[in-house]
Design a protein around this ligand. Structure first.
Ligand code: PMP
Ligand code: GLN
Length: 398
């Protein structure tokens, strides 16, 4: 039987095929399994180990009890779409029509998948920054696109504007932006975002912007690309409730932008999942309407967790690159005598009982040289868990 097909192209493009030709699990699944098998502290996959706001959790329980358990409307419940539009207006002065410019998706991941499948023709180029979130490579390949990257090198993890300019050409269909950025935690400054908008205009490219860490900034405030002059009519903005409300397992995401672009995404999305998460939709709507102070508290709680881990691993001998936002901090294991982070992350669970992810997992193999000794640690964990990890990592230098 023929087993070829787009999945093989995607797997090959994203380097997800093992030597036996079978798909290998994502780096996150692999590392969480290692953590479970070795009893390690899991600072690999980015998921919180405590619950988010009680109002959000209670709203989901209530919705289930009230019988909100059948298919919601294809675009998402009217109430959630309104809450998303209110949120964009409240935080960013972006004004959307909830009927036509907002689409609820199965996490940010489905929004990314549907948008890339909707707009990328085989052979079109999609530009991302590198390192990049693993799904980007796989989804671009599934859509038949050609993945072009612009490096974000240490220590600043910001793009060189000349490299950015030469990466974007008339073959560029989509510029996929991710700020705050996974894995570096960088919030792109406004001049970089504005340059992206100018280049998109010059080459008539779409901007797809993944802003799932929008509320997790403890450095520079988040500026949505769509709010910049000249951006809104060619920008699709993606976010998700998972990070903000510590509900990564609920997979309630959304995509917003001009109605004619949203139509294209909807055309694909309705045959991917059709709809998802009926009782979680009102719960995320509740979350999006929480007072500003709650959002501020979420970011400052993460800042405190970041401080525990970053100070601790610096003390353990790593060079640490301070993030602006998000769940992750990048550290260089080179000063501890580990020049190869992949090897380092492989031995770390057995050696000291900690799981982390090599940054090369977010980089194409032929571009790995700039990132070889860098490791990503997640700090979205209880402080006592972070202290335990630091104590264990301290044994490396001994
Ligand atoms: N984009 C980025 C940058 C992410 O880090 C993640 C997941 N952690 C996602 C998208 C996926 O989000 P979701 O779980 O809402 O699909
Ligand atoms: N986004 C999460 C991370 O970067 C993982 C999500 C996943 O497992 N696919 O760790």
């Amino acid at each position: 039987m023929r087993t070829s097909g787009p999945w093989r192209r995607a797997a090959a493009g994203a380097m997800l095929l093992g030597t036996d030709g079978a798909p290998v699990p994502t780096i996150f699944a692999e590392m969480s399994a290692r953590a479970a098998a070795t009893g390690s502290v899991n600072l690999g996959q980015g998921f919180p180990d405590e619950d988010g706001p009680a109002e959000v959790l209670d709203a989901a329980r209530r919705a289930i009890a009230d019988g909100v358990n059948q298919y919601p409307p294809g675009r998402g419940t009217a109430d959630l779409r309104e809450a998303i539009a209110e949120h964009q207006a409240r935080f960013y002065d972006l004004h959307l029509d909830p009927e036509r410019e907002v689409l609820v998706t199965a996490g940010a991941t489905e929004a990314l998948a549907a948008a890339l499948l909707a707009f990328v023709e085989p052979g079109d180029q999609v530009v991302t920054f590198e390192p990049f979130y693993d799904a980007y490579g796989a989804l671009i390949a599934l859509a038949g696109g050609e993945h072009v990257t612009v490096p974000l090198r240490s220590p600043g993890f910001l793009p060189d504007l000349d490299e950015l300019t030469s990466a974007i050409t008339d073959r560029t269909r989509v510029i996929l932006v991710n700020s705050p950025h996974n894995p570096t935690g960088r919030v792109f400054p406004q001049d970089v975002l504005q340059r992206i908008v100018e280049l998109a205009e010059e080459h008539d490219a779409l901007i797809l912007t993944d802003e799932v860490y929008e509320h997790l900034s403890f450095g520079a405030p988040h500026v949505p690309v769509a709010s910049l002059p000249g951006a809104a009519h060619r920008t699709l903005t993606i976010s998700s409730g998972g990070k903000t409300f510590s509900t990564t397992g609920w997979k309630i995401g959304w995509i917003t932008g001009p109605s004619e672009l949203i139509e294209g995404v909807l055309a694909v999305k309705q045959f991917l999942t059709y709809v998802n998460g009926a009782p979680f939709q009102p719960a995320i709507a509740t979350g999006l309407r929480l007072p500003d102070a709650v959002f501020g508290g979420i970011a400052s709680a993460l800042a405190a967790k970041h401080a525990v881990l970053a100070d601790g691993i610096r003390g353990a001998g790593f060079d640490v690159f301070t993030p602006d936002a998000g769940y992750f901090v990048i550290a260089d294991a080179g000063p501890l005598g580990f020049p190869d982070a992949r090897e380092f992350c492989r031995l770390l669970p057995e050696r000291v009982g900690v799981v982390a992810i090599p940054v090369t997992a977010f980089v194409r193999p032929d571009h790995a040289d700039d990132f070889t000794s860098l490791v990503r640690f997640a700090f979205c964990k209880r402080e006592r868990v972070l202290h335990e990890a630091v104590e264990r990592l301290g044994r490396l230098a001994a």
